[in-house]
Design a protein around this ligand. Structure first.
Ligand code: BLA
Length: 491
């Protein structure tokens, strides 16, 4: 995959937390601890007007806000006869107040209530992550009215895979498509781990710069990580336009403290979202996250239990017999790691079950594992990762190995064939676009592009790796006990 990634470094350099500007569908006031105005968004006009708006917020108590927490809803305030929703949050030395015209009350008056009453029970009624994702995509679309809602999951390399979608007619389907990691640079992912929702109601906006009121104070130093109105990266706005979407929202899916994926929503035209609806969307993301975590945990526990049972059977069989390791080579050993072949290597000798490489190749693999010094060794791309691989015929694509002696070359190895498959990308990710400014730009086309993946095996799962480690411990125990018995017998 490496060759598919454009230069991420340039993208990761953009200071997205301190843009010094906001999206202009609301106003921002920055005040210090004694409520003195420090900066305001230019779309308020001037400092006189900004102070007049600030006075209207006198009744709002900021004392209880804690630094580095998401904005809190402070109710609604009338400004020139227009009701405005007020959000407030705290930085170390400042308070940030954000105002947006309150949306007219429509059918979704109590979006949070609907989530609790119908959505959560539905989530609890399904058993797979894919089914959870499908429910979430539907619900998100219903709540917001976006034309397309996607749920996607990041893989180990950071590429995203669309697990479920809900779309209106006229929207491109991205079902099963993959989006390259380069679409979302590292500093953006870091921010989305912290702040779980981003809304862009109209990507064609012109940013409203923050204006400082204290001479010499540069408002570009103000951290907008938590601000709902934060102006977004112009590169990302270009991406949205290339994709044909004027409005977007993304909600983080956090599993075990990591950014697991995103719920990503698009609309061909602009789409304003009220504060209560956004709060409900964020909540939906949390519900989904918790359910995914629970399902994944359950699935892993079930897999580990099954594999432990198998390990016990294998070990019992060995312990009952004369405990020579070649007795390991049964189909049970294959099942333990879902492997096509397995072998026990004891110095120059080897015993095999299933599809295994030729003897010479097996020896070279054993050398490679021994040189690594790792007690549990894994690779999904042996042809790429093994030094001098080309010299050895019949190499497997995947190798899992445990080494059971520090002195001797005693190993158990599992082999997997290549898992040839096709990845359907939303646009050719190799097409790096460099502008006349020398910068990297988002790709222009999202038309499906198919990549054939060869030479790579299916991944060894965490449960399989743990089980291999447990088997290793058990074998070391058996071997030691047997050596002891032999020694006792000899004396
Ligand atoms: C941000 N890129 C993003 C975001 C998404 C994507 C979801 C988060 C912002 C948001 O919530 O709208 C990408 N959008 C996607 C993907 C899908 C989608 C994968 O809808 C799939 C359906 N982007 C590029 C390149 C660069 C880049 C080449 O393609 C860098 C040069 C940058 N993307 C970029 C930056 C941000 C971003 C800087 C941060 C935007 C911000 O939060 O300010």
């Amino acid at each position: 995959m490496q060759q598919l990634l454009p230069d991420l470094v340039a993208c990761a350099d953009e200071p997205i937390r301190v843009p010094g500007a906001i999206q202009p569908h609301g106003w921002m006031l920055v005040v210090d601890a004694s409520r003195h105005l420090v900066a305001y968004s230019g779309n308020l006009g001037d400092a006189v007007r900004a102070r007049a708006v600030l006075e209207r917020l006198d009744g709002i108590n900021l004392a209880r806000l804690v630094a580095s927490e998401p904005p809190a809803a402070m109710g609604s305030v009338d400004i020139d006869g227009v009701p405005h929703d007020v959000l407030a949050h705290r930085l170390e030395q400042y308070f940030i107040l954000e105002l947006e015209p309150a949306a007219p009350v429509t059918g979704t008056q109590a979006p949070l209530y609907g989530l609790a009453r119908t959505f959560l029970p539905r989530l609890q009624g399904v058993s797979s992550v894919e089914a959870l994702s499908a429910l979430a995509a539907d619900e998100m679309k219903r709540l917001t009215g976006f034309g397309r809602c996607l749920v996607y999951r990041f893989d180990a390399e950071g590429h995203g895979e669309v697990l479920a979608q809900a779309i209106d007619e006229g929207y491109e389907s991205y079902e099963g498509h993959h989006f390259p990691a380069a679409d979302i640079p590292a500093q953006a992912r870091e921010l989305y781990r912290l702040n779980h929702i981003r809304v862009i109601p109209d990507a064609r906006y012109g940013p409203a710069a923050l204006v400082g009121v204290v001479p010499g104070f540069d408002p570009r130093g103000i951290d907008l990580s938590w601000a709902t109105l934060r102006s977004v990266s112009p590169i990302h706005l270009e991406y949205m336009v290339n994709m044909g979407t004027l409005a977007s929202m993304s909600v983080s899916i956090m599993v075990r403290g990591k950014l697991w994926g995103l719920i990503s929503c698009h609309n061909h035209g602009p789409l304003p979202l009220s504060q209560p609806v956004r709060a409900a969307c964020e909540h939906l993301g949390q519900l989904l996250s918790l359910q995914i975590e629970a399902k994944e945990d359950n699935a892993e526990v079930a897999e580990r239990l099954e594999l432990r049972k198998l390990t016990l059977e294998i070990v019992a069989h060995l312990a009952e017999s004369d405990a020579t390791l070649q007795k390991l080579t049964t189909t049970q050993l294959l099942r333990l790691a879902q492997a096509g072949g397995a072998a026990v290597v004891l110095d120059e000798q080897s015993w095999a079950v299933g599809d295994t490489p030729p003897h010479e190749t097996m020896r070279a693999l054993a050398d490679w594992v021994a040189a690594s010094g790792q007690s549990v060794f894994r690779s999904e791309r042996v042809g790429e990762e093994m030094p001098g691989a080309a010299a050895f015929p019949g190499l497997p694509a995947g190798l899992l190995a445990i080494s059971i002696s520090q002195v001797h070359r005693h190993l158990v190895m599992w082999f997997r064939p290549e898992h040839i498959h096709t990845i359907q990308w939303a646009g050719d990710p190799r097409k790096e676009v460099r502008g006349t400014d020398g910068r990297i730009h988002p790709r222009r086309s999202f038309v499906s592009w198919r990549q054939q993946v060869r030479g790579v095996s299916a991944p060894w799962t965490p449960a399989q790796l743990i089980t291999a480690g447990e088997l290793r411990q058990a074998l070391i125990g058996i071997v030691l006990r047997r050596a002891q018995e032999m020694a006792e017998f000899a004396t």
